[in-house]
Design a protein around this ligand. Structure first.
Ligand SMILES: C[S@@+](CC[C@H](N)C(=O)[O-])C[C@H]1O[C@@H](n2cnc3c(N)ncnc32)[C@H](O)[C@@H]1O
Length: 477
């Protein structure tokens, strides 16, 4: 059954006191989870524990607001008419602006820099609760792949010069409370394993995990931000495991962390085989969102999210992509010492790029069927016409991560390359870029500028801005 893990967070953020929940004939939903304590990984588990069917509540809301459906923005609402360009004879092009901006820590747990022994000064950093850490460990599309990559790297004869795993010094950067990858490296015969962790409580648990596994003679836990600590005796690692990858790949500070690790923590940082993963990417595609088409003004005010994205389970059919995905971040760890961010803007911490997405008519058609299924299951009135409206609309640019572990081994949070739904603890991040959905048709273009600010200070959260226009060609009357 499809789930809407984003549902309650969204509804309770958007709903105004006058929206009519009091007039519901079904019991009101349970209190909303505290959005400030929802991390990218714990959100999935929290929402799956909530018993209410989202669309049951949705039906009530739709009934109460039926007269407002479906006021998507379409060509007739558009003020800015552009000439020439993409328009064909007998048609005019209309341009509808869309935009969103947010900080990496918006809506996520944070660790204050002063709460770590290694920290100092003021700053905030994405952090995790127990359920989030468990979701990572239990992610069958992630953890076994990392384990295999660690064992393979330790046994790589080219890398060890035939001296075997015991010749290798390994650094697990961001080890978490289970020190899982550090223990895997120790079990596979690594000579020495260092494990750095910023969270004090995670460090305490990691020490216990290492002791219980019987590897405290091999694994040394170091508390603090990696940017503030050194390995004992200023030793450097042969290779680094760094699963510090966000649902927007850069949002957990990977650029700051890996750039610093290049200088002080790794023997041969420009060698791609010194890193697991070798690189991380963020893929993007414009997306339609079923609830954006159901919950409409005046009852629901999406601007209350203030740019903060909605985070979806990657299997959630309530979000459908409108065109083939394109990489907007391509971060190769071996290149980071040269300031190389790669991909989108290239070469620096201010990353800008312009991308044109073309709406795929086949996707629109398929999406209408999937939205129809959702709405029918939820007993939404007039499901089929609402499904067509939703499929012909864009809410924002969806983002999700991809990890390159080895040349031919990747971890895909959504199916690659088509961006299809699949199980992952990572989420699909969808900034709501217009108060109401914008109408699109097959062949329309969405031209957006990505403006990502990725500080070199690990406790300065990255910030993201996406802004552009939906260019729609409509027949001249
Ligand atoms: C996504 S979790 C991964 C935990 C564990 N390695 C795993 O894969 O299951 C990332 C962890 O890295 C820590 N972390 C991220 N960047 C760090 C840094 N620069 N220094 C120290 N710890 C960091 C976070 O506190 C968090 O515990």
């Amino acid at each position: 059954m499809s789930s809407f893990p984003h549902f309650l967070l969204v509804v309770f953020t958007l709903v105004s006191p006058a929206c009519g929940f009091s007039s519901m004939t079904t019991p009101p939903p349970p209190p909303p989870p505290d959005s400030s304590s929802i991390t990218r990984r714990s959100a999935i588990e929290r929402f799956e524990r909530v018993a209410i069917s989202p669309l049951v509540a949705a039906v009530v809301v739709v009934t109460a607001t039926a007269t407002t459906i479906p006021p998507v923005v379409d060509a007739s609402d558009v003020v800015d008419v552009v000439g020439g360009g993409t328009s064909t004879p007998g048609s005019i092009s209309t341009s509808t602006p869309i935009s969103a901006s947010w900080s990496a820590i918006d809506g996520l747990n944070t660790l204050e820099s002063s709460s770590s022994t290694g920290g100092g000064g003021v700053g905030k950093f994405v952090s995790f609760d127990d359920s989030a850490y468990r979701a990572m460990i239990n992610d069958k599309s992630r953890t076994p792949q990392f384990e295999a990559a660690i064992i393979s790297r330790l046994n790589d004869v080219d890398r060890t010069g035939g001296r075997g795993p015991s010749s290798q010094v390994v650094l697990d950067l961001g080890t978490g409370p289970y020190a899982h990858f550090a223990i895997i490296a120790a079990r596979a015969g690594a000579g020495k394993v260092y494990a750095i962790e910023a969270s004090r409580s995670a460090c305490e648990s990691a020490r216990i995990a290492v002791r219980d596994a019987g590897y405290d003679d091999v694994v040394t836990i170091i508390e603090g931000y990696s940017t503030d600590v050194a390995l004992p005796g200023n030793e450097r690692a042969d290779f680094v495991i760094a699963e510090i990858v966000g649902s927007v790949a850069s949002e957990e500070g990977v650029v700051a962390t890996i750039t610093d690790a290049h200088k002080r923590l790794v023997k041969d940082p420009n060698d791609a085989s010194s890193w697991i993963p070798r690189g991380v990417q963020t893929y993007a595609s414009p997306a339609s969102y079923s609830l954006h088409n159901l919950f409409l003004p005046p009852a629901f005010d999406w601007t209350k999210l203030d740019g903060s994205p909605v985070r979806f389970n990657c299997r959630d059919e309530g979000l459908q992509l409108l065109s083939d995905p394109i990489a907007v971040e391509d971060i190769l760890f071996a290149d980071m010492g040269r300031g190389g961010y790669g991909g989108a803007g290239g070469g620096g911490r201010e990353v800008r790029s312009r991308i044109t997405f073309v709406i795929d008519p086949k996707r629109v058609e398929e999406n209408a069927k999937k939205f129809n299924d959702e709405y029918v299951r939820g007993r939404v009135p007039d499901a089929s016409s609402l499904a067509i409206t939703a499929a012909n609309s864009v809410t924002g640019i969806a983002l999700w991560p991809r990890l390159i572990l080895d040349d031919d081994v990747t971890i895909d949070s959504r199916h690659h390359p088509d961006g299809g739904h699949r199980r992952s603890h990572w989420q699909t991040v969808l900034p709501i870029m217009s108060p109401i959905p914008v109408t699109v048709h097959g062949g329309d273009e969405i031209i957006v500028d990505f403006d990502f600010d990725l500080p070199y200070e690990v406790t300065s959260p990255p910030s993201y801005k996406i802004a552009g226009n939906v260019i729609s060609s409509v027949a001249r009357l």
